[in-house]
Every structure is written in C-alpha cells, then in structure tokens.
Design a protein around this ligand. Sequence first.
Ligand SMILES: [Zn+2]
Length: 190
Amino acid sequence: MKIELVGVNEDIYPLVHEMTHSLLGYGDNFQSDHGYVTQEGFASYMEDQYGKNKLYFEKYMKHYLDSDKLIPISKLIDPNQDDVYFRPELPNQKENQILMEMSYTHAASFVTYLIDTYGLEKFEQIYNEKELAKKIEEVYGENSSELEKDWLAFIQNQQGFTHEEKFKSGNFYDMNTILLQIDPKYFEKE
Ligand SMILES: [Zn+2]
C-alpha cells in the first residue's frame, strides 16, 4: 500500500489529507485507476476544513482564471489524461510541482463547490467512481462541463489574493513565474 505524501503546499504536512486517504481508501486497493479528482479533491477539502492551515483554493483558482491558466475538468477526470496532471513528468522539476499543485487545487475547489452547492450525500455517490464523467451526469443531472461553467462563474465572483497576501505568502511570485513558463497546451480546452 502506497500513500503519497504530497500536499498542495509543501510546507504543510498534510495530515488530515492523508488520514482521509487512509480511512476512505483510494480506488479499490489504493490504485489510481478510479481517477484522482474525487479522492484528491475530497482529501484536500478535508484538509482545508479540518487541518491546521487554510489552503485558499478559491483565491488560487481566481488567480488561474484571471491569468487564463485553467485546466479543463474534462482532462482532469479523463482516465487517459489525468496522470499527466496529477503525476506530471515534465523535465523541469519546478514546473512539474506547480502543474501538480494546480491539479490538486482545481480538484479541491471543484469538489468543495459540489459539496457546498449540492450537499455531501450527492458527492458520496460520485466519490471513487471509475466512470466519473458518466456518474456525474447521472447524479447531478448536468454534465461536467455544465457544472464546470457554474463553478467558474462562482470563482469569477470570488475575491482574489490582495497584494499584501501575495507578498506575505513568500512564494506567490515565484510560483507565478513558473506558472507562466508551463507549456500552454496543458490549459487548452478540448
Ligand atoms: Zn492525496
């Protein structure tokens, strides 16, 4: 059994995040073939709710949105593409880290939106489901791109990081420099 020790913020040991994986499992046997979005999204949601530090998913998403650097949900839930985002293998280690953090943040914010808007009970029905796109439509009565549109409209209305928060975070500007170097193909819509 392998539990990865990767959080959205490398300075924080993501205890609640990993506890969530341990308690709820990961795929049927800690495999990633059930996709990453609901597992990593929910573990990150739990970390944000009950962990020591707030993770500011919405503020990061607002920044990605304003920077035109969004990863399409269709790619994150596609079993043939999700590894490229959640376990990237870019030659540049820093770009690798940022692309992975972005994927976790997208999953966390999307899952948080679904739970806050439609409740935990519905989310439980899509959690850890193998054919996620199909399951989402079945449970929510909307497909993932319709839900993505609603979610991004919500993000659009969120308050982004203030200048002060960007300075105080210590690594925002370094992160953003690397973000802008990542090949734009990762952010293209299908
Ligand atoms: Zn995880």
